[in-house]
Design a protein around this ligand. Structure first.
Ligand SMILES: Nc1ncnc2c1ncn2[C@@H]1O[C@H](COP(=O)(O)OP(=O)(O)O)[C@@H](O)[C@H]1O
Ligand SMILES: [Mg+2]
Length: 526
C-alpha cells in the first residue's frame, strides 16, 4: 500500500529528477529543522489535472513534515498528504510562483493562534519545484550565541536550496546513526578554521584529547585527521567519516560543505561521540562469540561421549547390549549435530534444513554395503526455534534409522547372513539368522513443509511397510517410545504412521507424518 507521502508525490507533476531531489531533501532535512529550531513542511504545486483539486487556483500538497529535535513543535497534527489553497497559505503560493523568499504568518487550524511562516523556494536545476516552509512560534527572548549561529547556518542552507545546490546529488538518506545537530556542531570556514563549536561538540573534542581553545584554529592542527573536512571543502560534497582517537574514543563526523554562488564558503561538521555505541557493538560481538564457543564445546563433549559409547559397543559381542550401545551412540550424535550448527550461527533460530542434510548423511553411513538405498529431501522447513530443533533432530534421526533398519528387510530376497553386515545397526533377532537386508533398490524421502502455522515433517519409504497390526500407541520398543514422547510432550505435536497402500493403491512402504503447530516458525525466505 502506498504511504501518505507516496500518494502526495503522486498528486504533483514533478519529473523523476525533481522527485529524487525532493526525496533526498526529505532524507536530510532533520538538520535544517534543528538549525532553525522550527517545524519544517515541504509543499509542491498539485498537478493541474489532479482529481482532488478544490478549484482552479494554485493549490499545494504537503509532501513532508519534520519536527525539530531541540525545541517544541508548533504543528500538532500530521500534515503529510494534506492540500492547501492559495487562500489558506498565500505566502507559500507566492514563493512557488515568484521563486522569492517570503515571510509572514499562517493559521494552521481554524481558531489557532497564527504561527510565523518563512517560505524558501526549493530549486532543482534552476526551476522552483517546491517550497520549504519554516513554522515557528512567535519571537521570544533574545537568542543566544548558539541559536544565532544555527539560524545563520539555516539561512546559508536556504540560499543553497534556492540555488539548487542542496540537497547534494549523492547525499545518502540519513541513517539512524548519523549525527544530528544536537550531537555536536562545528562550523569551519573555507580554510578549515573553526568558527564555532557547540557545547556538545566541545565535549566530544575534549574526549578526543583536545583541550585547547578551538576557535580560529584548524581541526587538523588540533590533531583531527584532515581527510574528512578537507575532502568536503575540496570536493563540495558531503563526507561521512568515523574517527578513532586514542584506542577508546570514536567520533562519527558528517561534513557538509556550505556553498554560495557555487563557491565553497565553509563546512558544517556534525559530530557524534559513538564510543559507547561502538563499545556495545564490540560487547555484542563478543557475546556472540561466547555463545558460539559454548555450543562448540557442547558439541565436542557430545562427540567424545559418542566415541566412548562406540568404543565400548565394539568390545561387546553381537547381541542386544551391543545394539543398545550403538543406538545410544547414534542418539548422542544427532544432538551433537544441532550444536554443531548452533556453534556456527548462534541464534534463537536454527536452519533446520542443514540439520536434515547432516542427519541423512548419518543414516547413509549406517546403510549396509549390500543395500542400495537412495535418500531425498523435498520441501524446506527454513528456520525453527532452537528448542524445537534438538528434539526434532532426535526424532528425525530415529525415523530415518527405522527406515534403514526395518523397511527394506525382506526374508525372501538376499543371501546375506545378519552377522556379515559392515554397519552396526543390522538387527539380529535372537537365535540369529533373522531378517536379512534385501538388495532391491530402496528409496527414502524426507518431506518438509513450513506453512507458518504448522511444521510438517514426513519420512516416506518404499519398503515393505509396517508389520501387521502395528499401532504406534501400542509399541513399547525404545525408539518409537522416544519419538512419541518427544513429539507429543516436548513438541506438542502429532504423529501418525501408516502404510502407504492405505491411501495409494500399488504403493508400498511406510509414511510417518509429524505435525507441529507453531507460531514461531519463520517462513522460508525471511
Ligand atoms: N519404516 C518402517 N518400515 C517398517 N517397519 C517399521 C518402520 N519403522 C518402524 N517399524 C516397525 O516398528 C518397530 C518399532 O520401531 P522402534 O521403536 O524404532 O524399535 P526398533 O527400531 O528398535 O525395532 C520396528 O521394529 C519395526 O517393526
Ligand atoms: Mg528404531
Amino acid at each position: 500500500m502506498a504511504t501518505p507521502a507516496e500518494l502526495a508525490f503522486g498528486r504533483t507533476d514533478l519529473d523523476d529528477g525533481q522527485l529524487g531531489h525532493l526525496q533526498r531533501l526529505l532524507g536530510t532535512w532533520g538538520i535544517l529543522a534543528d538549525l532553525s529550531f522550527s517545524d519544517l513542511v515541504l509543499l509542491a504545486p498539485m498537478a493541474p489535472d489532479a482529481p482532488e483539486r478544490h478549484g482552479d487556483g494554485t493549490e499545494l500538497v504537503i509532501l513532508g513534515q519534520m519536527r525539530p529535535s531541540n525545541s517544541a513543535t508548533v504543528v500538532e497534527h500530521d500534515l503529510v498528504g494534506q492540500t492547501v489553497t492559495g487562500a489558506e497559505w498565500p505566502l507559500a503560493v507566492r514563493t512557488v510562483r515568484s521563486g522569492e523568499v517570503s515571510r509572514g504568518e499562517v493559521i494552521l487550524e481554524p481558531g489557532d493562534e497564527p504561527v510565523r511562516l518563512h517560505c524558501i523556494p526549493v530549486r532543482c536545476e534552476g526551476t522552483t519545484v517546491a517550497v520549504l516552509a519554516r513554522l515557528a512560534a512567535g519571537a521570544g527572548r533574545r537568542p543566544g550565541h548558539l541559536e544565532r549561529t544555527y539560524r545563520d547556518l539555516f539561512d546559508r542552507f536556504a540560499i543553497m536550496l534556492a540555488e539548487s545546490t542542496f540537497p547534494f546529488p549523492s547525499e545518502e538518506v540519513a541513517t539512524e546513526e548519523a549525527p544530528r545537530v544536537g550531537d555536536g556542531v562545528v562550523l569551519v570556514d573555507e580554510e578549515g578554521r573553526v568558527r564555532y563549536a557547540s557545547p556538545n561538540a566541545t565535549n566530544a573534542l575534549h574526549r578526543m584529547g583536545m583541550y585547547s581553545q578551538t576557535e580560529g584554529r584548524r581541526l587538523t592542527d588540533l590533531g583531527i585527521e584532515e581527510s574528512a573536512i578537507e575532502w568536503a571543502l575540496a570536493s563540495a560534497l558531503p563526507v561521512v567519516e568515523e574517527v578513532e582517537r586514542r584506542p577508546d574514543v570514536t567520533v562519527l563526523l558528517h561534513c557538509i560543505p556550505l556553498l554560495a554562488n557555487d563557491d565553497v564558503t565553509g563546512c558544517l561538521v556534525l559530530m557524534r561521540d559513538v564510543t559507547d555505541v561502538r563499545r556495545l557493538d564490540r560487547l555484542l560481538l563478543s557475546k556472540d562469540a561466547a555463545i558460539r564457543e559454548v555450543h562448540h564445546r557442547v558439541k565436542n563433549n557430545l562427540q567424545t561421549i559418542s566415541a566412548l559409547l562406540r568404543l565400548q559397543a565394539r568390545r561387546l559381542s553381537p547381541g542386544d547390549g551391543r545394539v543398545a550401545l550403538f543406538e545410544a551412540e547414534r542418539r548422542v550424535r544427532s544432538i551433537a549435530i544441532v550444536h554443531e550448527i548452533l556453534s556456527r550461527e548462534p541464534s534463537d533460530q536454527v536452519p533446520f534444513d542443514e540439520i536434515v542434510t547432516s542427519l541423512i548423511r548419518m543414516a547413509e553411513d549406517s546403510v549396509v554395503h549390500s543395500q542400495d538405498l537412495t535418500f531425498e529431501v523435498t520441501g524446506q522447513l527454513g528456520e525453527v526455534p532452537a528448542d524445537v530443533a534438538t528434539p526434532l533432530a532426535v526424532v528425525l534421526a530415529e525415523l530415518l534409522q527405522n527406515a534403514v533398519e526395518h523397511a527394506f528387510l525382506h526374508s525372501k530376497v538376499g543371501d546375506l547372513k545378519a552377522g556379515d553386515s559392515a554397519g552396526p545397526f543390522v538387527p539380529t533377532t535372537p537365535g540369529g539368522g533373522g531378517p536379512i537386508p534385501y538388495q532391491a533398490p530402496g528409496h527414502i524421502r524426507v518431506h518438509l513443509v513450513n506453512d507458518l502455522s504448522c511444521l510438517v515433517l514426513e519420512v516416506i519409504d518404499d519398503g515393505s511397510g509396517l508389520p501387521e497390526g502395528f499401532d504406534i500407541d501400542a509399541t513399547e520398543s525404545l525408539g518409537l517410545s522416544i519419538v512419541r514422547d518427544l513429539v507429543r510432550s516436548q513438541l506438542e505435536g502429532t504423529i501418525t504412521m501408516r502404510n502407504r497402500n492405505d491411501g495409494d493403491a500399488g504403493a508400498t512402504g511406510t509414511i510417518v507424518t509429524i505435525e507441529l503447530p507453531t507460531q514461531e516458525a519463520q517462513p522460508i525466505g525471511q
